[in-house]
Structure formats: structure tokens, C-alpha cells
Design a protein around this ligand. Structure first.
Ligand SMILES: [Mn+2]
Length: 349
């Protein structure tokens, strides 16, 4: 739990600043965007600072208060008096935002990831027991005497349902439900938010999910399921990054599967891995073993690798072997590379 004096220190940093940058990590999710927008709204209610939120919201988050004013990463320009990274650490910022972050007079982190270190910030507010960064923001608001309002409640609810899988994951606690109850008391349309944030897909997303599930490969006595999204498939189906969200969750709950890996090719030498675990394997350690910037939670982690897809596909089995403590072999006769080729080349009528 974050100490009250640290929460007060954060308020002091904010009150002394004239220009504040709030940012999530590269590829921000619902908790990151919700926390950034809720904190931005809160700051505007007690401080004179100009607040900018970096990032580009996908169609899932475009409805949120302040989403239309977010500044795309490439357009972020310092200098800032205070830069705060939320729901991820400074090692996961895009290059332009990283430059603005490091040149800020003061920096802070607000996060709940197990792999996050407190080193390297003016102020670190890390609560590894918190189910979400959004839940932490509500605690700060309480400490600062800022009352909830409906737009903030909707922003915070977004992060909480995103990180708990709508209260299904083991990080959900009694406190999570108590916080959710307070948010619902603000009259938010929780059902519409859950549909928009977690359930709704575009047609291109449905096609992409079908393709990934159809070409997924099973390894390590069926305890690992691996899906691959190549750029070729994305182009073929007219899908985009926003369509990828949710697919790894559709893979992990196959009977007997303990780890799901979704490998998404974003560019010639840019690959994003999303990992999910049912609990036996710490996938944040797997992500970290692939690159030092990788990490997250034991059951949900990710890493962005700046290398070709083929190279990533050849490295992933070894990383999983170490995690399972035994060789990870393809049982169905498909090597990872062949699976990628199948995913990229099969055409659907
Ligand atoms: Mn989070």
C-alpha cells in the first residue's frame, strides 16, 4: 500500500508544476488510459497546472472524458515540470515520450506491476497489491479530498474491469468490489462500459480472432498455446492493433492449457508478445527473460521485441522451457515457423 505521506508528496509536486505530462507505457491498455484520464481530470480540479495525456485511444476508449484531447506520442513536446508514468514503467515509453519524460524537472511513477522498480524517479508510488492503477487513483482522490464525479467514475471503472477481467481474475478482492460499488453509485452505465471495453469487436477483429484460434499451435504436452498474428494476416483481413485486444484471453482457457502466448508482428523488426498464465508459471519472468523491458504481472505480462518475427519465434520455446523447467516441443508436428507460415498464407473464401 502507498504511504499517505507519499500521496501528499505527489500532491505537492503537482501543485508546484505548471506543465504536467501523464503517460502510460507503449501500447496503453484500459487501466493505463483510465488512470491517466482520471488523474488528469482530478489534477484540473485542484491545481493550476496544464495537464497533457500522451497516447492514442483505440475505439474501445474513445468515449472517455478527455480521450479526444489526448496527445499522440509523436507530438509530445517538453519541457514539462512534472512527468508521471502510470500503469507501467519508464522503460516501456515510446522514444519521443521517453525523451520528454527524462527531460522533465521531476518524474513520478504510479503503478501496481510486480516487475516495476522504484529506482530512477523523483517519487515512486507502487502498490503491488492493488488490482489496478485506477484503484490507486481513487485512493489518492480520497486522500486529497477530491470527490468522485460520474466521468471520473467511468474512467476508473474501465481500468478496474480491464485488469480484473470484469472481477473474474484472482486479483479481485473485497476492496475491489467496494471500490466498484462506489463507482456504480455515481450512476455510470457499467454494462455499456463493460461491453465497449471488454466485449465489443469490429468485424475485422472477429475475423482476426477466428484466424488466430484456427491456426494456434499447442506445445509442452498441450500446456502452452501459441498464436501468431503476422502483418500479412492483418493486411489480408483489414484488421489493426485494436483488434488484437482480447484474443489472448480467448486462448488461455482451453482445457489443460496453462500458458497462452500471442505473438503479434507490428513491423519488420517489431514484435509484441502478450502472455497469460493460469498461475503455475510466472509469465512476467518469461517476458523479462526475452528482454529486460518485459514484465507485468505473474498471470498477465508482455514484452515488445525489436527483432524480426522469425527470430522471436525461434526464441520463445527456449524461454518457455526455462519457465516450465522442461523441453517445450510441438506435439502436432508444426514448428512455430511453419505455424506462422500457415497463419500468413491460408486464404479464406
Ligand atoms: Mn494495470
Amino acid at each position: 500500500m502507498v504511504a499517505l505521506h507519499d500521496i501528499e508528496s505527489l500532491r505537492g509536486l503537482i501543485e508546484r508544476a505548471e506543465r504536467v505530462l501523464l503517460t502510460g507505457p507503449e501500447d496503453p491498455d484500459g487501466d493505463s488510459i483510465g488512470a491517466c484520464l482520471a488523474l488528469a481530470r482530478t489534477i484540473r480540479r485542484f491545481a493550476r497546472a496544464t495537464v497533457e495525456v500522451a497516447g492514442t485511444p483505440s475505439f474501445r476508449y474513445a468515449w472517455m472524458d478527455g480521450a479526444d484531447k489526448m496527445v499522440p506520442d509523436a507530438q509530445v513536446r517538453g519541457p514539462y515540470d512534472l512527468a508521471i508514468v502510470l500503469d507501467g514503467d519508464r522503460h516501456r515509453l515510446t522514444p519521443v515520450v521517453r525523451e520528454a519524460f527524462y527531460s522533465a524537472k521531476a518524474t513520478a511513477i504510479i503503478d501496481h506491476h510486480g516487475t516495476t522498480s522504484a529506482e530512477g524517479y523523483s517519487l515512486a508510488l507502487i502498490d503491488r497489491k492493488a488490482e489496478s492503477t485506477c484503484g490507486m487513483i481513487l485512493r489518492f482522490m480520497d486522500a486529497w479530498g477530491i470527490h468522485l464525479d460520474p466521468p471520473t467514475a467511468a474512467q476508473l471503472y474501465t481500468g478496474i474491469i480491464f485488469d480484473t477481467g470484469c472481477f473474474r481474475h484472482s486479483n479481485t478482492s473485497a476492496a475491489t468490489h467496494q471500490v466498484a460499488a462506489r463507482l456504480l453509485e455515481q450512476g455510470i452505465d457499467h454494462s455499456a462500459i463493460a461491453i465497449k471495453v471488454l466485449l465489443e469487436r469490429r468485424r475485422s477483429g472477429m475475423a482476426l480472432q477466428a484466424r488466430v484460434l484456427d491456426t494456434a499451435t499447442f506445445h509442452a504436452s498441450n500446456r502452452v498455446v501459441q498464436g501468431v498474428v503476422s502483418r500479412r494476416v492483418m493486411e489480408l483481413l483489414g484488421s489493426s492493433e485494436a483488434d488484437v485486444e482480447g484474443i489472448v484471453e480467448a486462448m488461455i482457457y482451453v482445457e489443460g492449457v496453462e500458458v497462452a502466448v500471442l505473438i503479434v508482428e507490428r513491423g519488420p523488426e517489431l514484435v509484441k508478445l502478450s502472455l497469460r498464465s493460469r498461475g503455475q508459471v510466472d509469465v512476467s519472468a518469461v517476458a523479462r527473460s526475452l528482454h529486460s523491458s518485459g514484465g507485468g504481472h505473474a498471470k498477465a505480462a508482455g514484452v515488445i521485441l525489436r527483432e524480426p518475427l522469425a527470430e522471436v519465434l525461434s526464441r520463445v520455446p527456449r524461454a518457455l522451457e526455462l519457465a516450465f523447467g522442461e523441453p517445450v516441443r510441438a506435439l502436432n508436428g508444426l514448428s512455430a515457423v511453419k505455424a506462422e507460415a500457415a497463419a500468413g498464407l491460408q486464404h479464406r473464401g
